[in-house]
Design a protein around this ligand. Structure first.
Ligand SMILES: NC(=O)c1ccc[n+]([C@@H]2O[C@H](COP(=O)([O-])OP(=O)(O)OC[C@H]3O[C@@H](n4cnc5c(N)ncnc54)[C@H](OP(=O)(O)O)[C@@H]3O)[C@@H](O)[C@H]2O)c1
Length: 330
C-alpha cells in the first residue's frame, strides 16, 4: 500500500510517499480502507523531532483517520466489514500512524461515522473536536450562560472550542488575524470575534464581559498569564494545552484571590472510554448540523510533505497561512 512515512526525523522533505507492507488486523483491530486523514500540529512536532518520541522506523505519520472497515479481527465486537468509521489517537504509544491507504486500528479507538457525514469532515474534526470536548466538559465544566474566551477562532482547536462552547450555550469570544477570518468566526457562531492584529482585544473582552471570562482557553504556544488572569471572572477556569517549551511568568496573587483554577491536559492521555464519550456527542452534533468541520483545503496524500510545510509555517511560524484544517486523501 501507499503511505506517507519517515525513516528519520527532520524537515518536511524527510517525508516519503511510497510503498509499505499492508497491515494485518490483530484480534481486536479493524483493517480500514482510509478515506481521509488530517494534519495536526503534533504531526509536525513528531516529524521534525521538536518533541522527542520513541519512533520505530519506517514511522507512518498521522493521528486521525476516517474510512471503511474491510476486515476485522476475531475479537472485534462493535464493527463489521462495510461499516464507516473514524478515529484518533494513532501514531503514538507504538501505534502506527494513519497517513496510508490502509490502517489497522484497535476498535476501542474507533467510532461509527454517521451516514450524513463525509470522511473529510469527520477526519478534520476528530482530534480537535475530542480535545475541545475534553477541555470544556471534563476539565472546565463549562456551564450555560458562562463566558468562554479562546484565541484563534478559525484554528483547529479554536474553531472546535468556539463551536462546542456555543452548543453548550456559553457566550463565546474569540480572535482572528484577518477580517476574513473574523467573519468565519462569526459564521461559526462566535458572539464576539475580535481582530487581534488591529483591535484592542482586552478592551473588547472587558466591554463584552464586565464580570470577567469564566473559561479562558489558551490555545497559543506562549500563554500570557499576566494578561489573561486579570480578565478572568471569580472562580474562573483556565485551560492550557499548548507550548511545551513555554515558561511564562504566573501572577499567583491575582489568580488565587479570585478562586481560579488551571487545567492542563493532552488529548493523548485521555482513556479510550473518555474519548468514546466525546465521539458520541461529536457524532450527534455533526448530524444535527450544530458542529461543522472547518477545512482550509483538501490535498492528495502524496502531497503530505507540502501539507506539513504549510501547517508548520502557519502554526509554528505564525504566518496565519491556514484558516482551518488540511485534509489529505490517499
Ligand atoms: N494538548 C492537546 O491535547 C492538544 C490538542 C490539539 C492541539 N494542541 C496544540 O494546540 C496548539 C493549537 O493547535 P491548532 O491545531 O489549533 O493550531 P492552528 O490550527 O495552527 O491554530 C493556531 C491559531 O492560533 C492563532 N494565533 C496565532 N497567533 C495568535 C496571536 N498572537 N493571538 C491570537 N491568536 C493567534 C491563529 O490565528 P490566525 O490564523 O487568525 O492568525 C490560529 O487560529 C498547537 O500548539 C497544538 O499542538 C494541543
Amino acid at each position: 500500500m501507499k503511505a506517507a512515512y519517515i525513516n528519520q526525523t527532520g524537515p518536511p522533505d524527510v517525508i516519503i510517499y511510497g510503498e509499505l507492507p499492508m497491515p494485518v488486523a490483530g484480534r481486536t483491530q479493524c483493517l480500514i480502507k482510509v478515506g481521509a486523514v488530517d494534519v495536526n500540529p503534533i504531526d509536525i512536532y513528531i516529524r521534525s523531532g521538536m518533541i522527542p518520541a520513541k519512533l520505530s522506523f519506517p514511522y507512518i505519520l498521522g493521528r486521525d483517520l476516517a474510512g471503511t472497515v474491510v476486515e476485522i479481527g476475531t475479537g472485534v465486537k462493535r464493527f463489521k466489514p462495510g461499516d464507516r468509521v473514524w478515529g484518533s489517537n494513532q501514531g503514538t504509544d507504538g501505534r502506527p500512524g494513519t497517513f496510508a491507504e490502509f490502517a489497522a486500528v484497535d476498535e476501542r479507538w474507533l467510532y461509527p461515522t454517521p451516514d450524513e457525514v463525509s470522511d473529510e469532515d469527520v477526519a478534520a474534526i476528530s482530534l480537535v473536536g475530542i480535545t475541545a470536548h475534553l477541555g470544556l466538559v471534563r476539565n472546565a465544566k463549562l456551564k450555560a450562560g458562562e463566558v468562554l474566551f479562546v484565541n484563534g477562532g478559525t484554528g483547529g482547536v479554536g474553531s472546535s472550542v468556539a463551536q462546542i462552547a456555543k452548543i453548550l450555550s456559553a457566550r463565546v469570544i474569540t480572535t482572528a488575524g484577518t477580517p476574513e477570518k473574523v467573519e468565519i468566526c462569526r459564521k461559526l457562531g462566535a458572539d464576539l470575534a475580535i481582530n487581534y492584529k488591529t483591535e484592542d482585544v482586552d478592551g473588547a473582552i472587558r466591554t463584552f464581559a464586565p464580570e470577567g471570562v469564566n473559561v479562558w482557553w489558551e490555545s497559543l504556544r506562549e500563554p500570557n498569564f499576566e494578561r489573561a488572569i486579570p480578565l478572568l471572572a471569580m472562580r474562573g477556569r483556565m485551560i492550557v494545552m499548548a507550548g511545551r517549551e513555554a515558561r511564562p511568568a504566573f501572577p499567583v496573587g491575582p489568580f488565587y484571590v479570585k478562586g481560579c483554577s488551571l487545567h492542563g491536559f493532552t488529548v493523548f492521555m485521555a482513556t479510550p472510554e473518555e474519548q468514546q464519550d466525546c465521539a458520541e456527542q461529536i457524532n450527534r452534533w455533526l448530524v444535527e448540523g450544530k458542529l461543522k468541520a472547518n477545512i482550509d483545503r483538501v490535498l492528495p496524500m502524496s502531497q503530505a510533505a507540502a501539507a506539513h510545510r504549510l501547517q508548520e509555517e502557519s502554526t509554528v511560524g505564525k504566518t496565519g497561512a491556514l484558516s482551518g484544517k488540511i485534509v489529505l486523501k490517499p
